[in-house]
Design a protein around this ligand. Structure first.
Ligand code: GYE
Length: 325
């Protein structure tokens, strides 16, 4: 691991000297010592996943010798647009951001392009038709994650004859992970009409909202078999609501979540969650690597997909102590 990081730093140093001779970037940096300056517009601090992602980006910037300007948009698109505009004004070498929602980015991305500042999408995608507005998209395949959640459910209930009543806690409305995790899941369970999504609402990826919405679900639906939550935090909030209603999470109501952060994995090992689809927040090292390349004007793949797995309760017990986030 250390060797790999050193290699990246070395590769970066070479990249920097080229960049400082005017290679590829319209920005002038700002650090004055030839290193790369990155403006990073983060979504917010809504979940354990996000906290781990922020740490990964900050630590990797330091390791890679990248000067990082960091902003937290508090889950608001307007704040992210403001942050991106300010990075353009500051003439950073590269902008990276994780778009809160998928739509509405063309204008500000065009401004970055006109200023010749390359943009990297990290974690979440935009739905812009013009893919020349950004250099690459680094992150998970959220449709695949939704499918994995659905596949576990289909297997778990393969012998069931009765209808299976499912409630769904969606992520932030309009965000790529909410749209795609819903779509992938629906595609898989849709093949068998016994699977019925009886309620589906956003919990904004937070624990508090997950609890609140699950309380409402429990009040209006006496017969819930399964909860599918688009992230661990909402699932953990929902567990509090389920216990508050006198039911046993993981038994009376089976729970599937996405992310596999430590708190989620603990609940899985404790039997309160039944299955977790992993989504890795550790995107920092790859992001810095890609940033150096695009600043140099090198070709990068249009899409870099994160590798991920899934966890059962038994698997969670085995890996819990070695989880990094
Ligand atoms: O699953 C959730 C976070 O965009 C993949 O955002 C990310 C999601 C993650 O708030 O916990």
């Amino acid at each position: 691991m250390f060797k790999r990081i050193s290699a990246l730093v070395l590769a970066g140093l070479t990249a920097m000297s080229v960049a400082s001779c005017g290679g590829g970037s319209g920005g002038s940096g700002g650090s004055g010592d030839g290193s790369i300056t990155m403006g990073f517009a983060q979504v917010g601090a809504e979940s354990g996943w996000r906290t781990a992602n922020t740490k990964s980006v900050q630590d990797s910037a330091k390791n890679a010798g990248v000067t990082l300007k960091f902003s937290d948009a508090q889950q608001k698109q307007e704040n992210q647009i403001k942050a991106i505009r300010s990075y353009i004004q500051q003439k950073v070498d590269v902008i990276a951001f994780s778009p809160v929602v998928e739509s509405g980015w063309d204008t500000v991305l065009k401004e970055a392009k006109d200023a010749k500042i390359p943009v990297i999408l990290t974690d979440r995608a935009v739905d812009s038709k013009d893919t020349s507005l950004y250099k690459t998209f680094l992150g998970s395949d959220f449709v695949e994650e939704g499918k994995k959640a659905g596949q576990w459910l289909v297997q778990e209930y393969k012998d069931a004859k009765d209808p299976v009543n499912i409630v769904e806690l969606q992520g932030t409305t309009g965000s790529a992970p909410a749209n795609d995790r819903k779509a992938g899941f629906a595609q898989v369970i849709g093949a068998d009409p016994k699977f019925k999504v009886i309620a589906s609402q956003t919990g904004d990826f937070t624990r508090a909202k997950g609890k609140e919405v699950m309380e409402a679900f429990l009040k209006s639906n006496p017969d819930i078999d399964v909860l599918y939550a688009h992230n661990d935090d909402m699932g953990l909030g929902a567990i509090e609501a389920i216990e508050g209603a006198g039911k046993v999470p993981g038994k009376d109501i089976k729970i599937i979540t996405v992310d596999a952060v430590k708190d989620g994995m603990q609940a899985l090992a404790d039997g309160k969650i039944n299955y977790i689809v992993e989504c890795s927040p550790l995107l920092g090292p790859q992001l810095m690597d890609l940033a150096k390349k695009v600043v140099k004007g090198e070709q990068v793949p249009a899409r870099v997909v994160t590798e991920e797995t899934t966890f059962t309760q038994e698997q969670a017990k085995q890996v819990l102590s070695s989880r990094q986030y």
